[in-house]
Design a protein around this ligand. Structure first.
Ligand SMILES: Nc1ncnc2c1ncn2[C@@H]1O[C@H](COP(=O)(O)OP(=O)(O)OP(=O)(O)O)[C@@H](O)[C@H]1O
Ligand SMILES: [Mg+2]
Length: 156
C-alpha cells in the first residue's frame, strides 16, 4: 500500500492485530497510549460491545492519566488528567450524537490533550488531520483490530 504525503490528512497503511481477550485488548491500548502525544486524535469504530472502551482503558494506562476510563455514554465526554506531566485524555462517546455539527458544538478540540472518540467516524474528523482510526470487528470470541494513521504508532 502506498504512503500518503505528510500533512495531507490522509492515513498511511494500516496494521491489523488479532486480539483474543479483554486483557489483550487492554494491553494493545496501553502500547498505543504510550505512543500518543498532545494534539493527537483517535477515532474508534466497531459495533456495540466491540471492545472500544476496553481498548480505551489500556490507552489511558499507557498515557498515564487518572482512571478509571469507563464508558462516557451518559456524559458524552470526560477529561482524565495526566498523572505524569503529559497530555490529558479527553474520552468521548458520540453514539447518541446525530451529526458532525452536533459533535462540533461540544468544542472538544484541544491541542494540549489526546482526544479519543468512540463512534467518532463521520462525526469527529474535523478535530484534527493528525489522527488514528481504529476499527474493531468481532470475530467469534475474539476481535480483529485495524489501526490506521499517525506513522509513529504503527510499529507496535
Ligand atoms: N479482544 C476481546 N476479546 C474478547 N472480548 C472482548 C475483547 N475486548 C473487549 N471484550 C469484551 O467485550 C465486551 C464489551 O466491551 P466494551 O464495553 O469495551 O465495548 P464497546 O465497544 O465500548 O461497547 P459500546 O459500543 O457499548 O460502547 C466486554 O465484556 C469486554 O470485556
Ligand atoms: Mg464503549
Amino acid at each position: 500500500m502506498s504512503r500518503s504525503p505528510k500533512g495531507s490528512g490522509a492515513l498511511p497503511s494500516a496494521i491489523v492485530r488479532e486480539v483474543d481477550s479483554p486483557a489483550a485488548m487492554v494491553e494493545l491500548g496501553r502500547l498505543l497510549g504510550m505512543r500518543l502525544r498532545a494534539g493527537d486524535v483517535v477515532l474508534l469504530s466497531g459495533e456495540l460491545g466491540a471492545g472500544k472502551t476496553t481498548l480505551m482503558r489500556g490507552l489511558g494506562e499507557g498515557l498515564g492519566v487518572r482512571g478509571p476510563v469507563t464508558s462516557p455514554t451518559f456524559v458524552i465526554a470526560r477529561r482524565h488528567p495526566s498523572l505524569v506531566g503529559g497530555p490529558d485524555l479527553i474520552h468521548a462517546d458520540a453514539y447518541r450524537l446525530g451529526s458532525a455539527g452536533e459533535f462540533e458544538d461540544l468544542d472538544l478540540a484541544d491541542e494540549q490533550a489526546v482526544v479519543c472518540v468512540e463512534w467518532g467516524r463521520d462525526r469527529a474528523e474535523q478535530l484534527s488531520a493528525r489522527r488514528l482510526e481504529i476499527d474493531i470487528e468481532t470475530v467469534g470470541e475474539g476481535r480483529t483490530v485495524r489501526i490506521a494513521g499517525i506513522d509513529r504508532t504503527v510499529p507496535l
